[in-house]
Design a binder for this molecule. Sequence first.
Ligand code: SF4
Ligand code: SF4
Length: 163
Amino acid sequence: MVDYLQLPILNGKNFNAVTFRCNNIGNNIGEPGFMQCSNCGKCCKDTEMELSSDDIKRLEEMGYSLEEFAVIDNGVTRLRNVDGWCYFYRLADKKCRVYRKRPLGCYLYPVVHLINAGAVVDELCPMGQTITEQELSTKGKILNKLLKKIDNESTHPFSSPLG
Ligand code: SF4
Ligand code: SF4
């Protein structure tokens, strides 16, 4: 069964809710046109995933406190690791506890941004070869906007809510 998500996507300066397909830790194995996640969990180990203010707000609305799930690294808020795994990763059943509300960067993974290369598929993901050029292009554009937003917030007082 295909799983769809309501996902906030940047449109200009604002996030708009759109429907988007799950891509990691997902249920879309075998679905044509989108990457086929094997649910290996590699992308949740030693995560350095950056968070936007919208990610933080969404997770806080679920009842999690920022101090629990995030750290500040050079002015950028990132997911916290506990014993080498993302705070939200449940090792017992290899599930993301906030799957439907996970950070936008997690939705977009394994598309990542490399300096001087732009949007690429992360070599860490064993299923990266299943991503089409169209998916890479679409996610790359969204990622670009997301990173700009995070960059802007990193110089703004809101970006350092942990102090
Ligand atoms: S929020 Fe979920 S998908 Fe993202 S790194 Fe953590 S466990 Fe993985
Ligand atoms: S590393 Fe790739 S295949 Fe493994 S869980 Fe993450 S997105 Fe899925």
